[in-house]
Design a protein around this ligand. Structure first.
Ligand code: MYA
Ligand code: JJ1
Length: 388
């Protein structure tokens, strides 16, 4: 069934019921001198490159490859269109390794035809904080699919991660592989229902007219929570404390320090937005919400070429009800011209999705760990991790 994945240190389907297997690393680290020193062989027309994302030319090539060849929905109506600024943010967090930004070029033409990346992250699994690679942006040009390039790329990123003495990874995919830590459902909240219907992202419900639908999704034009404002640089210590405390509730979650919070959560225009509630009386930071900007190209529509989507990121409520906090997030997203607000059923998201008129999408997202076994599959609400 999975000729490649069967050879890898990941939970295997046949072991799913077997609770005699211990939790934790599947394989032990080897001495770095025993890690393969040369890159894996590619078919002769191709060569490895390390992508210098600081170079405008290189980051443009990566952007173009992904824009034309990255993830689509099951009917190929939409394709993720990560912006260049987003890619630079996603790929250069604190402590990143340039050697983990891996491209494949055609030797003769120098054309970039495949890509895979890792970035370092500390991820807590139950009581253990594990340094991992978060692997993302695996992409093979449409013309080179099904030639078993992906396994070579995965082995090469694994080798380069091992060279940094890191032995675990976390990743997500829309496809089922051996074996998910959990499987999450995508939910969508219409902000611009007419456009969503016009482009085929959503449909007019039964016994619904366009004007009733527009009314159904109408939002207040002002946020409701006193002290709700955009996060600023001086908030980093308070937000870090709030978030660290909240993420303790989940079985798998990032272990963010202040540098991570500054990178991943300080607002960056057209990339990531964060808001918080500062108590008007005590000036305490009591609540927090964030979302990232990931547009999709609309494939083959006469009137629209891009769908502007916000993706729920990390949210924490201690005083403001989560429902009210997220309604305020919807209001600011709508004000900033997003067409749709997406969320997974992770953390406490189930408590607001239905009430705030999110509906389930046709997509699922499977979460995976490499070289780390969990005894049981998690519920999505036990997961405190959002990958980009
Ligand atoms: S998920 C996003 C993935 N990208 C896309 O979906 C973009 C559009 N699709 C493509 O570009 C291609 O279809 C890709 C596959 C490149 C996905 N994750 O080369 P092939 C297995 C893992 O003939 P292609 C993301 O970025 C497949 O089961 N494996 O296939 C996270 C089969 O193996 P097996 C996948 O279609 C990535 C083999 O590849 C995926 O031409 C995490 C077929 O290869 C997938 N999404 O190319 C990567 N799709 O026979 C793992 C297919 O065994 C990281 N396959 O079933 C692991 C940790 C590494 C670091 C470890 C450090 C310690
Ligand atoms: O966006 C997604 N689905 C949309 C569009 C479906 C178009 C036809 N296939 C969807 N729309 C319905 C919205 C509706 C709004 C009113 C309330 C009811 C719902 O369902 C899906 C997620 O649902 N997205 C994808 O399929 C993209 C791929 C997702 C997996 C990608 C994982 C790879 C990332 C690795 O890092």
């Amino acid at each position: 069934r999975h000729k490649f994945w069967e050879t890898q240190p990941v939970g295997q389907f046949k072991d799913l019921g077997d609770s005699s297997l211990p939790e934790g690393p599947i394989e032990q680290p080897t001495p770095l001198s025993e890690v393969k020193q040369e890159p894996y062989n590619l078919p002769t027309p191709y060569e490895w490159i390390t992508c210098d994302m600081d170079s405008d030319e290189m980051s443009n090539e990566v952007y173009t490859l992904l824009t034309n060849n990255y993830v689509e929905d099951d009917e190929s109506m939409f394709r993720f269109n990560y912006s260049k600024e987003f890619l630079l943010w996603a790929l250069r967090p604190p402590g990143y390794y340039r050697s983990w930004h891996i491209g494949v070029r055609v030797k003769s033409s120098k054309k970039l035809v495949a890509f895979i990346t890792g970035v370092p992250a500390k991820i807590r699994v139950r009581d253990s904080v594990v340094v991992m690679a978060e692997v993302n942006f695996l992409c093979v040009h449409k013309k080179l699919r099904s030639k078993r390039l992906a396994p070579v790329m995965i082995k090469e990123v694994t080798r380069r991660v091992h060279l940094e003495n890191i032995w675990q990874a976390a990743y997500t995919a829309g496809v089922v592989l051996p074996t998910p830590v959990t499987t999450c459902q995508y939910w969508h909240r219409s902000l611009n229902p007419k456009k969503l219907i016009d482009v085929g992202f959503s449909r007019l419900g039964a016994r619904m007219t366009m004007s009733r639908t527009i009314k159904l999704y109408k939002l207040s034009d002002q946020t409701a929570t006193p002290g709700f404002r955009k996060m600023e640089p001086h908030d980093v210590p308070a937000v870090t404390r709030l978030l660290r405390n909240y993420l303790k509730l989940f079985v798998v979650a990032p272990d963010f320090d202040e540098n991570d919070v500054e990178h991943w959560l300080l607002p960056k225009e057209n990339v990531v937005d964060s808001y918080l509630v500062e108590s008007p009386e005590t000036h305490e930071i009591t609540d927090f919400c964030s979302f990232y900007t990931l547009p999709s190209s609309i494939l083959g529509n006469q009137n629209h070429s891009s769908l502007k989507a916000a993706y729920s990121y990390y949210n924490v409520s201690t005083k403001t009800p989560l429902l009210q906090l997220m309604n305020d997030a919807l209001i600011v997203a709508k004000k900033n011209d997003f067409d749709v607000f997406n969320a997974l059923d992770v953390m406490h998201n189930e408590t607001f999705l239905k009430e705030l008129k999110f509906g389930p999408g046709d997509g699922k997202l499977h979460y995976y760990l490499y070289n780390y076994r969990l005894k049981h599959v998690l519920r999505p609400s036990e997961l405190g991790l959002v990958l980009l």
